[in-house]
Design a protein around this ligand. Sequence first.
Ligand code: B12
Length: 353
Amino acid sequence: MLLTTLEKKGLERFHALQADAADTVAGRFYQAHMAIYGQLWACGRQACHEEIKLHLEFLRPALEFGLLQPLVDYLVWLDNMLSVRAIPVAHIAESLEYLADFFSGHMEAADAKVVNTALLAARDTYLASRGAKPAPPQPPKPWPETAAFEAALLDGNQKGALAIVNCCIDDGHNLIDIELHIIQAALYHIGEKWQSNLVSVAKEHMATAIAQSVMTTGLLRSTQSGQTGKRVLLACVEGNYHAVGLRMVADAFLLGGWDVHYLGENVPSLTLVQEAKEWKPDVVGLSVALAHHLHAVKETITQLRQQPGDARPFVMVGGLAINRFEKLAKTLGADACGKDAQAALIHANRIIG
Ligand code: B12
């Protein structure tokens, strides 16, 4: 479903109101339901506030790009995440109505109508699909070793995880295949388990840390192709803390003979654009995990596009949010997208001769 979007001024007004809207609605919501939420969480008010802030972040793609699905996906995800933790979900829809009330009182009538149409359409679509477990993102096909690798990650068994990867390298597999079919597949499954409350946040963090260190060891054991003289600059856009996938993209380019500048997670647009101006990469790759990072990627691409003629790099986007909303790559102003580390390298080699 495509919605009417806000003009620049309306978007700026919405952005300026986000913090106030979260405060006001969380306050109203918490007051109305203190009896329930106060008992559930010692920090209930804070948690409620954080959730309302996220509602607004996921509303943004609807207002900027006319895309309702990110907000609906998020509401279904939230419903599922709260339900398995025995936290009531009946008030999710109500919080959207409170937000609509807030914007009616704080924006010009035409803009408030755009915002409220999106909020209420998301509410109705979410309610209609309640109970449906959101389809998890699909990783590359897991290999037989994936289950043992995942178990090692969750047991904190770094040596075991490394032994599995070493064994695969000894058998002649290349690191990128191992990263995709074992490490990425295991992390996706751990994400599903976390969502279902079967894995704690602490274990998820531990698994990520082990995966990263194993990847570094694997990289040291891998042979690089001859240097191509081509350059790629890779970064997670501002607000995106999911860096493991981008690290895999970096490994693919490194082993493919490219010079790589890997900037990691949460890179402010200004710094990123400055680095691109100074280093003059052939390709800039931007990682976008969640729908509310779409605004940051659009901003970054707009700034990269302002560089004159030949200095303008080819821009690729990727990450979970792009895989979910592939058609968005063009709307965001990107030249291409890549579904995984291997696809990213193949595409870049084809384009940059
Ligand atoms: C580890 C993890 C985290 C860690 C990340 C640590 C780190 N250093 O990276 C931390 C704790 C920070 C985290 C935080 C959050 N997370 Co998280 N996280 C994960 C988890 C379990 C694994 C991520 C990962 O490494 N995947 C493996 C990599 C290899 O896969 P990938 O990122 O898709 O990358 C591949 C492709 O997408 C592509 N690619 C990636 N980048 C690029 C770039 C270019 C240019 C190209 C071409 C291709 C490309 O190539 C990669 C390799 O093949 C996922 C589960 C999942 N399905 O991924 C959840 C997951 C992504 N997280 C989720 C959520 C909700 C969150 C939080 C909002 C939770 C919260 N309430 O705090 C925050 C948001 C933080 C933020 N603002 O970014 C949800 C997202 C749900 C949704 N709606 O999409 C997931 C799916 C978990 C779940 N099932 O609920 N998370």
